[in-house]
Ligand binder design. Structure first.
Ligand code: UDP
Length: 238
């Protein structure tokens, strides 16, 4: 396999990426498949940090809409749920022989480390996969913002946004059969066309810190490794 173009990357995996067809919970086959893809990237010598979402368990805005729970509480529930997913990703990676550390933005000493930027970088330099859990630690944003924030903090060369579609389209490919995928976009184009690649705050951080975002299909085997090698995969926003 050719060497990597991006030496240090942040991979964002949404909670839905971890679940099976029923779109809730954690599916071991999906988890194992993702862990295997991650291992191929680590084997290329790439320093990899992972941010996991929690849409398979709870999203703050949905909780608030459907219950008597306050929205802010829902967001904290969402952040705690990302820790559950992070632990699942951690053990599955370790089962494949990949060394890992989970760092949480919300302190929980019995379960994982706290997020400490310099320590995270040190782990990466030692070849460990760092899994960032509990989002940013702040409500009202999503784990996309966490991915962009951590990528900016650790000076990542790229954010890989794993999704269930092949990249960024000019319309929703699930409802518009003629939707066309962009291979490459500038940040400005994506903003003006309101393509919703990521949250606005996440997008803004990546643009400001000149961190390219690669949106790709997680279900396609080999995509993650191709993306870090700079091969055309999904959509590159830079
Ligand atoms: N969340 C939050 N702050 C953060 C990250 C996440 O409040 O910094 C909450 C928010 O409610 C979000 C939920 O955690 O909806 C789960 O994260 P996300 O929606 O990003 O999960 P994904 O869609 O990636 O599975």
């Amino acid at each position: 396999m050719a060497g990597a173009k991006y030496k240090r990357v942040v991979l964002k995996v949404s909670g839905e990426g971890l679940c099976g067809p029923d779109r809730v919970g954690i599916d071991d086959d999906e988890l194992y498949r993702i862990a295997h893809e991650i291992k191929t990237v680590v084997d290329l010598g790439v320093q990899l940090a992972v941010v996991v979402g929690a849409g398979n368990i709870v999203r703050g805005a949905v909780v608030a809409r459907d219950s008597h729970i306050e929205e802010v509480t829902g967001h904290y529930m969402g952040m705690l749920a990302t820790v559950i997913n992070a632990l699942a990703v951690q053990d599955t990676l370790e089962a494949l022989g990949v060394h890992t550390r989970v760092q949480s933005a919300i302190g929980m000493d019995r379960v994982c480390e706290k997020f400490i930027r310099r320590r995270a970088i040190r782990h990466l330099e030692k070849g460990r996969v760092v899994i960032f859990a509990a989002g940013t630690g702040n409500p009202f944003v999503t784990t996309d913002t966490c991915a962009a924030l951590r990528a900016s903090e650790i000076k990542a060369d790229a954010v890989l946004k794993a999704t269930k579609v092949d990249g960024v389209y000019d319309a929703d490919p699930q409802t518009a059969p003629n939707a066309t995928r962009y291979q490459r976009l500038s940040f400005d184009e994506a903003l003006h066309k309101r393509l919703g690649v990521m949250d606005v705050s996440a997008f803004d951080l990546c643009q400001r810190n000149r961190i390219p975002v690669i949106v790709f299909n997680l279900k396609q085997p080999g995509n993650m490794a191709r993306a870090v090698q700079g091969q055309p995969v999904g959509t590159l926003v830079d």
